[in-house]
Design a protein around this ligand. Structure first.
Ligand SMILES: [Zn+2]
Length: 296
């Protein structure tokens, strides 16, 4: 059967959060903040928003202040959870492993959480089972599991970069390249299953399947890319929220769209094995390969 894949699910954070939104006692808060999945989400938040300093308790009370308990809430979450856990493992694992280096072996916990985005941190991932997109279409939970596991696979080879203290455009560009490669592989990994099931509600895929809009986003991406690339030594004085906002923000999603496009082009021109191996080689090689193969 080949390589061992160690992927476990842990829903203790989800259960603790549901108990807390039903009854916000101090005791329930303490159980909530001691659950490993909830600690992972906080660690991710501290990494991704270095400008917002919050304690673990402040972070979770803020996150869950937006959620109010109802029987429907609990039922929706349980429906998504049951659906996700009853899926054949090979169904989603095959898709993830398709785009990771040969012989890749997972050692990952999938935390089921409530109230914080789908994320990767270290080699573990967390899914927000209260995400509206999952209750609209349960299959999205499987697609996002694939997406986050693609990230967990990627960070085996390259740790997440620091999202603060960029001192020059060139340093910021390295982070942009990293996240373009990371997100592009995440988006691509779920694409095949989505296409085969017609699960294409997610906006990234709507853009990718619309040739005109796809090109428009890629052009926007490379405008920002060139801005950094043409002046690599220029100092960065404040947090580059304009650029990072356009790269990751809901409206534009530039590094998701462009990263997936680049990966698809590399697969088309040079084959899937090259693309998989680039995960091991990293984002500089991913960009070089894309740009070189575009000239031939
Ligand atoms: Zn992602």
């Amino acid at each position: 059967m080949g390589v061992k894949q160690d992927i476990e699910f842990d829903d203790s954070g989800l259960i603790a959060s549901l108990n807390y939104v039903r009854n916000s006692s101090e005791e329930n808060l303490q159980k909530l903040v001691s659950a490993a999945g909830n600690r992972l989400a906080y660690a991710h938040h501290s990494w991704s928003s270095p400008d917002e300093r919050m304690t673990l308790e402040e972070f979770w009370t803020t996150q869950l202040s937006k959620v109010s308990w109802s029987p429907e809430l609990e039922q929706n979450i349980n429906t998504v959870k049951t659906y996700l856990l009853k899926q054949e493992r090979t169904k989603w694992l095959t898709e993830v492993l398709r785009y990771l280096p040969n012989e890749h072996s997972f050692n990952t916990i999938v935390y089921l959480n409530l109230g914080y985005d789908d994320i990767v941190f270290g080699e573990n991932v967390a899914l927000n089972l209260n995400s509206p997109k999952f209750s609209i279409d349960k299959r999205e939970a499987v697609y996002y599991l694939i997406h986050e596991l693609a990230h967990a696979g990627y960070v085996r080879y390259h740790g997440l970069p620091q999202l603060e203290n960029f001192s020059t455009n060139g340093e910021l560009l390295d982070v942009v390249k990293f996240l373009t490669h990371l997100e592009g592989m995440g988006v691509l990994s779920a694409f095949r299953l989505r296409l085969s099931e017609g699960g294409l509600r997610d906006n990234d895929y709507k853009v990718l399947l619309n040739e005109k809009e796809r090109i428009r986003r890629i052009d926007q991406y490379f405008e920002l890319f060139d801005e950094l690339n043409n002046n690599p030594h220029q100092k960065i004085e404040e947090y580059p929220s304009r650029i990072l906002g356009k790269m990751s923000g809901r409206e534009t999603r530039l590094w998701y769209i462009t990263g997936c496009h680049m990966a698809q082009e590399i697969e088309k021109r040079l084959g899937r094995e090259t693309l998989r191996e680039l995960v091991r080689l990293g984002s500089q090689a991913f960009f070089e390969t894309y740009l070189e193969s575009a000239q031939n």
